[in-house]
Design a binder for this molecule. Structure first.
Ligand SMILES: Nc1nc2c(ncn2[C@@H]2O[C@H](COP(=O)(O)OP(=O)(O)OP(=O)(O)O)[C@@H](O)[C@H]2O)c(=O)[nH]1
Ligand SMILES: [Zn+2]
Length: 360
């Protein structure tokens, strides 16, 4: 249990009852509860009731997380203690209530952010506009159980905002709950952006900005923070891809009592989602498939396919691409497990023959 004034102080940082229930005993007098705001290799930037602090994770915690295939992520809640030298050491992590993760190039699960209530999927209304990429991000959020709001940035640069919004609505027509809303903003108009997003910024809410590099995430983060926290890079006019100005994920407090996590653009986002999770994220495909003539319809060219008849073709294409990706990943994982088992077996054989030679 924590002191109620401390709970009040930590609430705008996102502390809630579900997290608190993990603290089954009084905190030791020198132990404090912090939220992880930034990770720079070994150095952890923490934010708490008393301000900010720099810390490291105890080796025991790092090893325990690693053994579970886990890692600390921005947004985690941590228990830390200061030693006699005044250094702050993280001892424990509260189990995250939600975690958005992807796969790194080696196929390992990589948590991006923890304990988020809402994902702001940022897509520029310039060359960045790409409904297929949105579908990918939606699977990511769905697999994490995090609702998503689609934020179309650079509205001031787009001559046909309504047309683009209509395109997206048609794309998601059979899945009306896929995103909570579609909101077009000019992130450089800070006050208007804040007013437009105010309904989503309640006290204790944690939002994460996701989207490709140059989409305008840092610009939005700055607008919401009412300050220039992140440098925004100028975009090359030819491809509007930006210059990777954001290099690390970081959590910021917003004046109204919410928190926002800015993330660097994810290039070639690899999903950490099984076929079943992809299927669950595409509730439109799953639902329409019930009306296909054949039970095992692949929605390829079969007659009487309700999915092909009713789903937006681009959405079906996304679905099939993401399903292929999930299947490939499943096979790679299987392959990895089998190779590992083979290695272990060979190791055991080698050890046994060594023993036999030694006459043990
Ligand atoms: N006109 C206009 N420019 C914008 C808007 N949003 C962002 N920009 C510009 O687009 C460029 C890239 O914006 P950033 O906010 O740095 O993009 P980012 O998504 O944070 O990019 P990374 O940090 O690389 O992931 C900057 O030059 C911004 O000024 C907008 O709504 N309107
Ligand atoms: Zn079908």
């Amino acid at each position: 249990m924590l002191d109620s004034s401390l709970i009040e102080a930590l609430r705008p940082l996102g502390l809630n009852l579900s997290l608190l229930s993990q603290l089954d005993r009084e905190l030791e007098p020198d132990t404090e509860l912090w939220r992880l705001a930034e990770v720079q290799r070994e150095r952890l930037g923490l934010i708490g009731a008393t301000g900010r602090c720099e810390a490291r994770a105890l080796p025991a915690l790092r090893e325990a997380l690693l053994a579970d295939g886990e890692a600390l992520a921005v947004g985690d809640w941590l228990l830390a203690r200061r030693n006699a030298q005044g250094e702050c050491w993280v001892q424990q992590r509260l189990t995250p209530l939600s975690q958005i993760a992807r796969r790194d190039p080696e196929g390992r699960r990589q948590p991006l952010v923890s304990n988020v209530d809402l994902a702001l999927l940022v897509m520029g209304l310039d060359h960045d506009f790409n409904p297929a990429r949105l579908d990918r991000y939606l699977v990511l959020c769905h697999a994490a159980g995090v609702p998503a709001l689609l934020l179309l940035s650079k509205a001031d640069l787009c001559p046909d905002v309504d047309g683009r919004v209509a395109t997206l609505r048609a794309h998601l027509a059979q899945s009306p709950a896929a995103v909570l809303d579609i909101v077009a903003v000019d992130g450089t108009a800070a006050a208007a952006t804040r007013a437009r997003l105010a309904p989503w910024l309640g006290t204790g809410q944690t939002l994460v900005l996701l989207g490709s590099s140059g989409a305008g995430k840092s610009t939005l983060s700055n607008a919401l923070c009412e300050a220039t926290l992140q440098d925004t890079g100028s975009v090359r006019a030819d491809d509007s891809r930006g210059r990777h100005t954001t290099t690390a994920r970081s959590l910021h407090r917003l004046p109204g009592g919410a928190c926002i996590i800015d993330t660097p653009g994810l290039r070639g986002l690899q999903l950490d989602a099984s076929s079943a999770e992809v299927g669950a994220a595409f509730d439109d495909v799953t639902r329409l498939a019930g009306a296909c003539r054949y039970r095992n319809c692949s929605h390829g060219g079969e007659p009487g396919c309700a999915v092909r008849a009713q789903l937006h073709p681009a959405r079906l294409k996304s679905y099939q691409k993401l399903q292929r990706e999930a299947a490939r990943e499943q096979m790679t994982q299987q392959d990895r497990r089998e190779r590992l088992a083979l290695w272990k077996a060979r190791g055991r054989e080698a050890a046994a023959s060594l023993k036999a030679k030694r006459g043990e």
